[in-house]
Design a protein around this ligand. Structure first.
Ligand SMILES: CSC[C@@H](O)[C@@H](O)C(=O)COP(=O)(O)O
Length: 346
């Protein structure tokens, strides 16, 4: 499945990304030339979504290698970019993998090796998104789907994860419309997912996050499908805040709740969700949007960017390798062993 739009370009010595903070009203490309600029773009969510963050982490190493390809600065750059946001594991693993690829080359060839790694990573991501969507098609029951946040091309550079499944289901005539939560406070659903769906000719129905439980209990959706930022060894899954509420409502209604994420989202170093670092963001993001302010200055806010859905609320985890089903600790361990063996054989 071809990605319907382009969101990231590797153009040595620059990284070019679509500025997602301006969408859907303005399509502006950012020309990123150093890791200061990249770190700002990541923190401000100009680029976002776990798999795309992995690509950006890798590109951060390439940008650093353009400036100084010696080992110590490259290691420092991978560390810095990899920790610009804490929850999506792929930001750090993408940066580390590119660092290792670059360090395997002689110093004067490291920048080129890093850019080549980025290009191959994007091709792999696009292929994985296609495989994930095909597996999702066989797992998710026919009917309309509710999704949360943005998991489309903007979030991966490929066809998307949960949104890739939605695209495949729509193309197969199994889904008429996709329900999209607005995703407060940064509105990734209202601004980005609704835009992507409409561009692809898929009817999108936008709802306030607060209406999601009522929608699920009304029987209007056949499944809830979301992405993930990090999946612990026991299947507990961190994703955009609000996901937990959707999973609880789906369990109450007997509606299947799926996570769609590439295997790179598993983090066996986290034994359970309690070990996943959760990003907290500013009160200003809750008290307004852009220049509009609706909360009184000085009010405190509790603003986690992510929450953790316990594994027992998850019907299945759709990956590019197939659908992982409970019991999770065993199924995840078996899949990760298989991936490790394959990597060792390469
Ligand atoms: C395929 S993207 C999966 C997740 O990264 C997505 O659902 C999400 O939570 C993104 O959060 P964001 O804060 O917009 O980076």
């Amino acid at each position: 499945m071809e990605p319907p739009l382009e969101v990231i370009r590797f153009e040595p010595p620059a990284l070019r990304v679509l500025d997602q903070s301006r969408l859907p009203h303005e399509e502006r490309w950012l020309d990123i030339r150093d890791i200061d600029q990249l770190e700002e773009a990541i923190r401000a969510l100009r680029v976002r979504g776990a798999p795309l963050l992995g690509l950006c982490g890798a590109a951060g190493v390439a940008l650093a290698a353009e400036a100084d390809a010696a080992e110590a600065p490259l290691r420092a750059a991978a560390e810095r970019i990899g920790s610009a946001r804490p929850t999506a594991v792929e930001l750090a693993t993408g940066a580390a993998a590119c660092r290792d690829a670059a360090l395997a080359a002689p110093e004067r060839e490291r920048a080129a090796a890093a850019w080549a790694f980025c290009a191959a990573y994007l091709r792999r991501r696009q292929a994985e998104d296609g495989a994930l969507a095909r597996h999702g098609l066989s797992a998710v029951p026919p009917g309309d789907v509710l999704t949360h946040c943005n998991t489309g091309t903007l979030a991966t550079g490929g066809a998307g994860t949960a949104l890739g499944v939605v695209r495949a289901a729509h193309a197969a005539g199994r889904l008429e419309r996709c329900y999209v939560t607005e995703t407060r406070p940064l509105l990734q659903g209202a601004r980005l997912t609704a835009w992507e769906l409409l561009q692809s000719g898929i009817p999108a129905v936008l709802l306030p996050d607060t209406a999601a439980a009522a929608l699920i209990l009304s029987g209007s959706v056949a499944a809830v499908v979301t992405g993930a930022d990090r999946i612990a060894a026991n299947g507990d899954t961190a994703n955009k805040v609000g996901t937990l509420g959707l999973a609880l409502a789906a369990a109450r209604a007997g509606v299947p709740f799926f996570i769609a994420a590439p295997t790179s989202t598993f983090d066996p170093a986290c034994r359970s969700g309690a070990e996943i670092p959760i990003e907290f963001r500013t009160a200003g993001e809750v008290g307004g949007y852009g220049d509009a302010r609706w909360a009184p200055a000085g009010v405190e806010a509790w603003n986690p960017a992510f929450d953790v859905t316990p594994a027992d609320l998850i019907t299945g985890i759709i990956t590019e390798r197939g659908v992982v089903r409970p019991p999770y600790p065993a199924a995840i361990a078996a899949l990760l062993r298989e991936l490790q063996l394959e990597a060792a054989q390469r």
